[in-house]
Design a protein. Structure first.
Lengths: 321, 125
């Protein structure tokens, strides 16, 4: 790139962000984090030199922004290829439909839906309690420190939620927190935080996770219980009719189930088949919801991939996206 | 033109070597190390200039960590963002032993053909 060499950490990070434009937003967050760790350590290690003197040599040690950007892109592609287990895609429509049972993502997404109720309650309580206490404390001396603590907890929780979502759905989420520039003053950082769209979208996400979690949980529990009981029905009927259980026999079932299913012999396997179809559809639904939710979480929890150029130049803040 | 060819060749070579070197550095170290420290150790071992750009070791560290060859923990820092300290795992040591053997045999094999120009190589590095 024939651009002027960066003369400050902020400039370097901005150029790195531009070089990575279009890459996954989670990868950008990680790359900026790593670069900032290195650059700040390098500046701190040479107290006798100015920041711009240190940055002058950075292209030969850490690497120019374009070199570093391509290293991240390359490594990401290689790691992704190495980690992904090649899966044979079934060719027939029927194979594709039932193939969902071989996809670990479908199971983990279903598990995520069940878990979402619990995490949703925790997030909701955290966000509502944090916000209302911050508002209440704002007139007191502890107001500002309490709000900062609340924001710190929110960031940790959003990183953890991202890791959970990546584990469950396989969508890339950040592995490092966003680091706010240390160069800014205390009040400037608070102001930056309040203006930051991500601060509010993170809190909104934490609140929204309760209703969303309830919906996911209900879908998962209702779908699982109906489909599994339909699948078990023919087996249970056979066992009961054979008298292996001997506990009340068929009567116990015939009260609870539609009578036609038992009077006409073929009704029972039909119900079982319906259960199997329902379970398969549920797995597809879970996988789809997992993917959609990961996209939703990414928009809410991860900074946009790049701020528009004039905005970045005006604010001069390295990571204020 | 020549310069970019050299760099391209070096980059191709580094592909797998960075991981090997990082594992070796961490296996030798008694304490956990963070990215910057590792970068500086590599540079110091080679009279101040590392063969590969230090910015390229971070993604590799992360990849090794994702493959369970390294474990890591986060420690706050005064100079910048919290640092991630890495330590080699038992699995990492096993992989390192294998990679060392592969590297030794590869080096011997290549040397067999390039040894004639050995003095030139020593001169240019």
């Amino acid at each position: 790139m024939n651009r002027s060499a960066p003369r400050s950490i902020d400039q370097y990070l901005r150029q790195l962000r531009e070089e990575l434009a279009g890459a996954d937003s989670a990868l950008i967050q990680d790359a900026l984090y790593d670069a900032e760790e290195y650059l700040r350590a390098e500046v701190a290690a040479h107290p006798e030199k100015s920041e711009s003197d240190v940055l002058e040599l950075i292209a030969s040690t850490y690497g120019a922004p374009d070199e570093v950007a391509s290293a991240y892109r390359d490594t990401e592609i290689k790691v992704k290829a190495a980690m992904a287990t090649p899966r044979k895609e079934p060719h027939t429509a029927l194979g594709r439909f039932f193939g969902v049972f071989l996809d670990p993502r479908a199971y983990t997404s279903l598990f995520f839906m069940l878990l979402a109720l619990a995490t949703g309650i925790i997030y909701f309580v955290l966000a509502v309690a944090g916000l209302s206490l911050s508002a209440g404390f704002s007139v007191l001396i502890i107001g500002v420190p309490f709000f900062l603590m609340f924001m710190a907890v929110c960031r940790v929780v959003s990183l953890a939620e991202g890791r959970l979502i990546e584990a469950m759905t396989g969508v890339r989420m950040p592995r490092r927190p966003v680091y706010q520039g240390a160069a800014l003053g205390f009040w400037a950082r608070i102001g930056e935080m309040l203006r930051d769209r991500r601060t509010w979208s993170t809190i909104a996400y934490l609140v929204l996770m309760l209703p969303i979690g309830i919906i996911y949980f209900v879908i998962a529990v209702a779908g699982l219980s109906v489909s599994l009981s339909l699948i078990v029905l023919p087996i249970a009927t056979v066992i009961a009719q054979a008298g292996w259980f001997g506990v009340g026999g068929i009567e116990a079932f015939s009260d609870a189930q539609p009578a036609w299913a038992f009077h006409t012999g073929f009704g029972i396997p039909v119900l079982g088949l319906a259960g199997l179809l329902l379970l398969t559809s549920l797995m597809h639904l879970a996988r789809g919801i997992g993917r959609l939710h990961a996209l939703f979480a990414k928009t809410m929890l991860v900074a946009r991939s790049a701020p528009s150029a004039p905005e970045a130049a005006e604010s001069g803040a390295p990571l204020a996206a | 033109m020549d310069d970019s060819n050299e760099r391209k060749f070096q980059k191709e070579l580094n592909g797998g070597l960075v991981g090997l070197v990082l594992l070796a550095v961490l296996a030798e170290s008694d304490e956990d190390l963070y990215g910057y420290e590792i970068a500086k150790r590599l540079a110091n071992a080679n009279e101040g200039t590392s063969i590969f750009k230090e910015g390229t070791i971070y993604p590799v560290l992360r990849a090794l960590s994702a493959g369970n060859l390294l474990t890591s923990r986060i420690v706050p820092s005064y100079s910048g963002p919290p640092r991630r300290y890495y330590r080699i795992t038992e699995q990492g040591r096993g992989v390192l032993a294998e990679w060392k053997l592969i590297w030794a045999s590869t080096r011997d094999f290549v040397d067999r053909f390039t040894e004639i120009q050995n003095s030139e190589i020593g001169h240019s590095s």
